[in-house]
Write a protein that binds this ligand. Sequence first.
Ligand SMILES: NC(=O)C1=CN([C@@H]2O[C@H](COP(=O)(O)OP(=O)(O)OC[C@H]3O[C@@H](n4cnc5c(N)ncnc54)[C@H](OP(=O)(O)O)[C@@H]3O)[C@@H](O)[C@H]2O)C=CC1
Ligand SMILES: Cc1cn([C@H]2C[C@H](O)[C@@H](COP(=O)(O)OP(=O)(O)O[C@H]3O[C@@H](C)C(=O)[C@@H](O)[C@H]3O)O2)c(=O)[nH]c1=O
Ligand SMILES: [Mg+2]
Length: 300
Amino acid sequence: MRLFVVGREGQVARSLREAAMKENDLVLQSVGRPEVDLLQTGAVAAAIARFRPDVVVNAAAYTAVDRAEDEPGVAFAINRDGAREVAAAAASEDVPIIHFSTDYVFDGKKPSPYEEYDAPNPQSVYGCSKLEGERAVMSANVRHIILRTSWVYAPFGSNFVRTIWRRLVEGQRLRIVNDQMGCPTYAPDLADAALALARRLIRTGWQSDYAGLTHVVGSEAVTWYDFALLIAKRYTAETAGSAEIIPVSSSEYAARALRPANSRLSTKRLQSVFDIRLPSLQTSLEDCIDRILKEQGGPS
Ligand SMILES: NC(=O)C1=CN([C@@H]2O[C@H](COP(=O)(O)OP(=O)(O)OC[C@H]3O[C@@H](n4cnc5c(N)ncnc54)[C@H](OP(=O)(O)O)[C@@H]3O)[C@@H](O)[C@H]2O)C=CC1
Ligand SMILES: Cc1cn([C@H]2C[C@H](O)[C@@H](COP(=O)(O)OP(=O)(O)O[C@H]3O[C@@H](C)C(=O)[C@@H](O)[C@H]3O)O2)c(=O)[nH]c1=O
Ligand SMILES: [Mg+2]
C-alpha cells in the first residue's frame, strides 16, 4: 500500500510515520514545510501526483486555537483551502482522502456524547475553519473519510500532557479548567486506527458507507483538570516530587478562544462500520509518559 501523508512533524503525522515503520508492505511518503506548504497553492497537488498513492491522508492543520482568533485568514487558508486542495488532488489521482477534524466544531451544549449527525456550531475561529474544511473535503472528493478526533497528545509535539509535565518539573502551581469534558486521544492510537482504515479501503475497495464523518477518540471522558491529576499522579510516583493543581472555571481561566464544555464524541460508528476501538486512557497515558521519561533519560 502506498500512503501519502500531508504533514511531517505534527503529532499525528509523526505517529503515522512511526506506525508505518512497523509494517513491511507499506510505503509511506510524508511531506511538510518548507517544501510543501499548504499556503502555497499547487505544491501539494504536484507532490501527490508524483507519488501515485493508494490513499492520501491529510494530517496538516493550523492548530493554535487561541492564536487563530487573531489570524483567521491563515487558519482558513490552511484548514479550509489547504484541505480542499489535498482532497481535490486525491480525487484527481482517483484515490480516497482521510482527513482529520475536531470536537471544536461543536458548541458543547449537548448533555451527552456527540454523534456524527449532530449539528455543528463552532465557537472559535479554529472550529469554524475546521468545519469549513470538512465541507470543502466532502465536496472536493466523494471518496472521503473525515475522522473527527479530540484532545490529541503524544510523547512529542505540542500538547497538554507535555505542557503539564514540563510545568510540574518546573515546580509550578497549576490552575486547570474543570468545566470542559472530553476524550483524550493518543496520537499513536489514532495513527493505528487510520492505518487500519486505509488497509480496509484497499482490501474491500471503496464502499459508499465509508464516506462522511466518523468520530475517533480515546475511550474515556475526563475534564482537563482530571486529566492533569492523572498526569500528576504519575509525576509524583516517578519523582517523589509534589504537585499543586487547582481546579478553575473556564471563565476564571479566561483563554482567548471559547472551548466547548462538552467535547465528548461518541464512537459507535467507528465500532459498527469499521470495527475499531481505541485502548484505555490508562494504557495510552502510561505509554506516553514512559516515552517522555525515556527521552529525558529517566525520572528527573
Ligand atoms: N492537536 C489536537 O488536540 C487535535 C488535532 N485535531 C486535528 O488532527 C490533525 C492533526 O493534528 P496534530 O498532529 O495534533 O497537529 P500538530 O499541531 O501537532 O501538527 C500540525 C501539522 O500541520 C502542519 N502544517 C501546519 N501548517 C502547515 C502549512 N502551512 N503547510 C503544510 N503543513 C502545515 C505542521 O507542519 P510542520 O511540521 O511544518 O509544523 C504539522 O505537521 C489536524 O487536522 C487537527 O486539526 C483534531 C482534534 C484535536
Ligand atoms: C496549559 C493549561 C491549559 N488549561 C486549559 C485551557 C484549555 O481549556 C484546556 C486545554 O488547553 P490546551 O491549550 O492544551 O488545549 P487546546 O489548544 O484547546 O486543545 C485543543 O486543540 C485543538 C487543536 C483541538 O482540536 C482540540 O481537540 C483540543 O485538543 O486546558 C488550563 O486550564 N490550565 C493550563 O495550565
Ligand atoms: Mg493548543
